[in-house]
Design a protein. Structure first.
Length: 119
């Protein structure tokens, strides 16, 4: 994969790849304009959306309902180390989701490629 980076002004940094542009910026308190997510926020979002992909693919392969399916990622930031210490995914399954698949959905979310690369 090739990614081209441009700096359109201020603290903005944009990535161009595969016909897409992913804009980033910094929060105002860090000197940015806060017009786009920070690179670190995109990193965390990539972890959550990757888990979401694995969950939706799992459900699709089994014909399981996905309407109303949501995932919330909660991360704990340590002010001393300036690192995320814990990441938790809360998966809300649709009403009537088969009980026999509930644990499997949680396991498959953990198989995300982004997570595996971090490990």
């Amino acid at each position: 994969m090739e990614i081209d980076i441009s700096m359109p002004g201020g603290l903005r940094v944009d990535a161009h790849f595969g016909g897409f542009t992913v804009a980033t910026d910094q929060p105002e308190e860090d000197g940015g304009s806060n017009i786009a997510p920070s690179p670190f926020d995109l990193f965390l979002a990539s972890l959550a959306t990757c888990a979401g992909y694995y969950v939706i693919a799992f459900c699709g392969e089994r014909g399981l309902p996905t309407e109303g399916l949501t995932i919330k990622m909660i991360s704990d930031w340590n002010e001393t180390t300036h690192r995320v210490e814990n990441v938790e995914l809360a998966i809300a399954l649709p009403e009537g989701f088969p009980a026999k698949y509930r644990r499997a959905v949680a396991r498959v979310a953990g198989m995300c490629t982004v997570k595996r690369h971090m490990e």
